[in-house]
Design a protein around this ligand. Sequence first.
Ligand SMILES: [Zn+2]
Length: 168
Amino acid sequence: MRLWLLWAPWRMSYVERSARSSETECIFCDAVRSSDEKHYVVYRSKHSIAMLNLYPYNTAHVMVAPKRHVPSTELLSDEELLDLFNTVNLVMRAIREEYNPHGFNVGMNIGRAAGAGIENHVHVHIVPRWVGDANYMPIIANTKVLPENLDRTWTRIRKAIERILSSS
Ligand SMILES: [Zn+2]
């Protein structure tokens, strides 16, 4: 079980390696301006945006960011912070209802030294976990099994969020 303790996906820079190839363009700011399809956006609130990680560490790995381009949550207003974490909770609830995970890893990388791939636009990683899932991940090789494709995950999470919002 030592493996569990070592497995902290929000601290692994390669999770976000997609961003380093295009440093001039911020994928979160582009997602705010673009269609949902382009960046697999699953939800937009007043101040926040939620989208799939293109290099997920597990099925249904979602990132939630403020719409405003700031490098740390310290720079957000109270209203933006509340909106951000309400969105984190909404996404977690949708994943819980749709995928029945046994737990979540939720966290942020602040600054490049902490492993942030997109260091100028703060975002929260939400990674659902199932008991035993690490058994299938050859962590040393930095590769892993992805049991579901992004299009399917995108559809399932969007529908789950719609369901939650229409019933509340
Ligand atoms: Zn940005």
